[in-house]
Ligand binder design. Structure first.
Ligand SMILES: C[S@@+](CC[C@H](N)C(=O)[O-])C[C@H]1O[C@@H](n2cnc3c(N)ncnc32)[C@H](O)[C@@H]1O
Length: 280
């Protein structure tokens, strides 16, 4: 039997959807209601509440505690990611972007700055680290650092730990697996960890793309902002892309997801190099 607290009322759903859209930029259309209810039930159980009613009361009657907003954000964000996701981007990095960025004399010694904005569990950042480190071993001399940012603290914890299961690293070429991942001493474990040499070059921090300013350097060489703009409305997409571009050095690249190639329509200063690759 369905009791009170199993489902959200229309009003409760609308209130939470408005809160999320205002804070995170993500739209929660009516079709996402079941998903939201399902995910919130886990939180209800963790807090030992009787049902969703008690959870929603707690959420708003106490003036929305910061800590609960963080959990709510973890609950509603879609964190799907992969190593070597949209692999053409990494070929472009190696064959076009890095050589072009290193061309001005002396750039290599200063190092390249890469930013994975909306990095999820870090696979985009570590894929980039592997590809760039491999370039340095094949004779291209340069240094680099990678920053990963995301709004979800849950995924950032995983990104910092850099521990993944073997099935997840399936897209990583065998020679990279050998070079860049450590196996657990426990032979029955199917977990691997990114080597410290790459972890040292990679930092992660929490950042909301909806914020009015970003605490990030303004001379970034390459920004990945993939598979997150799609959740924002046009106006927010434009604002976010404008802000990201203001953190790129002249000639820097912005890479977006394959379903986000339309963003150049909103930002006239961007030059489209390929459908999902832009240059300022
Ligand atoms: C689908 S994942 C994409 C991960 C990775 N960029 C990729 O393409 O594989 C989207 C990520 O965007 C993050 N996100 C959603 N809204 C955000 C916001 N307002 N600010 C920062 N990150 C956000 C989510 O937490 C999630 O980890």
């Amino acid at each position: 039997m369905l009791g009170a607290g199993v489902h959200l009322s229309d009003r409760q759903f609308r209130t939470i959807a408005q809160l999320i859209e205002g804070q995170v930029g993500i739209k929660l259309p009516a079709g996402k209601r079941l998903m939201l209810e399902g995910r919130l039930h886990k939180r209800v159980r963790a807090l030992n509440y009787s049902g969703l009613n008690e959870y929603v009361e707690h959420l708003f009657d106490n003036g929305l505690p910061d800590n609960e907003l963080t959990h709510l954000i973890d609950v509603v964000t879609t964190n799907k990611t992969d190593f070597f996701r949209e692999p053409a981007h990494f070929t472009f990095l190696k064959e076009v972007a890095v050589p072009a960025l290193l061309k001005p004399r002396g750039r290599g010694s200063h190092g390249l700055k890469i930013w994975s904005a909306a990095c999820s569990t870090g696979m985009e950042a570590y894929t980039t680290a592997m590809v760039l480190d491999d370039m340095t071993r094949s004779g291209t001399r340069f240094q680099f650092r990678i920053l990963g940012t995301d709004i979800s603290t849950a995924v950032l914890r995983l990104a910092k730990a850099a521990i993944y299961t073997r099935d997840v690293i399936a897209p990583v070429p065998a020679e990279f697996v050998k070079r860049y991942f450590l196996s657990s001493k426990d032979r029955s474990s199917n977990e691997v960890r990114v080597v410290p040499e790459l972890r040292r070059l990679t930092n992660f921090m929490r950042m909301n793309l909806m914020d009015s300013s970003y605490p990030v350097d303004r001379d970034v060489d390459i920004i990945f902002c993939r598979n997150v703009l799609i959740y924002f409305d046009r106006q927010t997409q434009r604002k976010v892309v404008d802000q990201l571009c203001s953190h790129l050095r002249p000639g820097g690249y912005l890479l977006v997801g394959h379903s986000e190639s339309m963003i150049h329509n909103t930002v006239p200063t961007l030059k489209q190099v390929q459908p999902t690759i832009f240059r300022v």
